[in-house]
Design a protein around this ligand. Sequence first.
Ligand code: PRX
Length: 637
Amino acid sequence: MQETNVPIPNQDAEVFHPAPEIVASANVQNVDQVRREAAIDLEGYWARRAGELEWYRKWDKVLDESAKPFFKWFVGGKTNIVLNALDRHVKTWRRNKLALIWEGETGEVRTYSYHALNREVCKFANVLKSMGVAKGDRVTIYMPRIPETVIAMLATAKLGAIHSVVYGGFSVEALHGRIEDSESKVIVTADGGRMNGKTVQLKKIVDEALTRTAAPENVVVVRHLGIDVSMEQGRDFWYHELMTLPLAKNSMRCETEVMDAEDPLFILYTSGTTGKPKAILHTHGGYQVGVYSTIKDVFDLKEEDRWWCTADPGWITGHSYIVYGPLLCGATSFMYEGAPTYPYPDRWWAMIEKYGVTVFYSTPTAIRGLMRFGQAWPGRHDLSTLRLLGSVGEPINPEAWRWFHKYIGREKCPIMDTWWQTETGMFLLTPLPATPLKPGSATLPYPGIDADIFGEDGKPVKVGEEGFLVMRKPWPAMMRTIYKDPDRYVQTYWTKFPGVYFAGDSARRDKDGYFWVIGRVDDVIKVSGYRLGTAELESAFITHPAVAEAAVIGLPHEIKGTAIHAYVILKPGQDGSDALIEELRQYIGHEVGPIAKPEKITIVQSLPKTRSGKIMRRVLKARARGMDEGDLSTLEE
Ligand code: PRX
């Protein structure tokens, strides 16, 4: 299992009780009772939640387990997530409500009412349609954090096509692999994006990626920065030009495609233990029910709230809780393009004050990073609009939790530490506003979630013991499969403990039943909360002409949580100079993305391997940390 920095859960850990006014106004009252009811009647619970949304046709059956682990939800139901994210609202007074407030890194502001967002989505859906995009086609979206990202995702979904968003911090080879695997018809990108005062040349990266793959038919380019980019005639088109063409008879309107509840909504690539990143597939029906219910209950969204999730739409957090979740609730969201420290470390706090943000959802890495600059920065701002905070992506260390609670939440805002994954689509372990909190614990399962911790023998471990986090029952927003690789879906998630979902994390449970997630038990590395796989990094290394072999591990890092350390064997005749090491770092940045640049690269003569040739990362980790290397009997070299 995993060596860890996480303290053994202290059963007498400090407990934070939410203020009575938070409890009294919470969307969910009596959560224990709701949990009990959902445990007894799972289908009844989810049917009730699904009933809060609109359907073109109601489902015949809530859950079909006949082909498990290929579960089906709301079988026979007809819907489209856009029906609930936009169409439903523009029929009501909410057409005049702000859906999105956006601020760019350099301070420009754009706002969209539900009416305006719907109009832009309809127009862009018509553009995509004119390019031949139809139900089931894939569209790759490789964008900075700008409103057009949201518009492109919704427009794709509206047509019943499948979006594949690739995080704008990924680079050439990562993008190439994802375009090729998804066989996308169209790519939506921008000339570039801004991050920390720098320009990220997205279109240039797209051009390079497309030299490595059979090109999609069209590339749509949003002019965001106004920088020079090359446009290939007949393939590349400017977004703003397309949006003014009379492409459809009535381009302000576009019918929302009627989808089967189980039809795919999106794929999202994520890293696993072996091989290429896998495309996690989510569907229209169950996903919308899970995401809607969780954001409404956990973040307690109300009509008057201003919600801010600091993630990027390119990750699952952005899909579920920047784009779909808030819109499904008819909420007002704030979105920011750039870095939290630009131009000063109070940028986020200044915007919370400026826009009156009420619910703020961020990451432990960001909190740790901002903590470094001291509390004077948030202290300059009036953060009194905040009523709830959230954290996601990795375990939050109690020190960061307390700082977040004290200096951002003014000791008044509960922190919702939500545990979930790209695969789960929605929060599975999470407090609700009325839940007593223990810093560092994601607390308890959401209603309807049957979580447990198993030992190697497939039996629940004892209180306080470490084991594998599993889910015994399905939930509606769960992934349905790995796109084009159903065997890998079964193998990765449902085989270690047959019939039970294996999350890939280790955890402990304390005497109150609270879950304490420790970390990954596989070769997934969480760098600043970003999920990267050792396999993808190692394959990038060996495409460099100087590299014979590489092994990558994650080691603890004060701010990033985990940082990447690489061990590289060079080809004969190569020197291990500092210049070459720096070149390798830059190379990984260019191929995979800046987030993947290793903290440290060590040139080695050999790597610890088993007799069958598998790299023993455990040994590398132990050695790097000066810890016991454990059983070395299977070691070949
Ligand atoms: O290890 C867990 C960690 O993030 C992993 C999932 O990563 P990803 O698919 O990128 O999704 C991140 C956003 C949902 C999990 O397997 N993780 C996520 N949230 C938490 C967490 N670890 C501890 N506490 C959390 N709240």
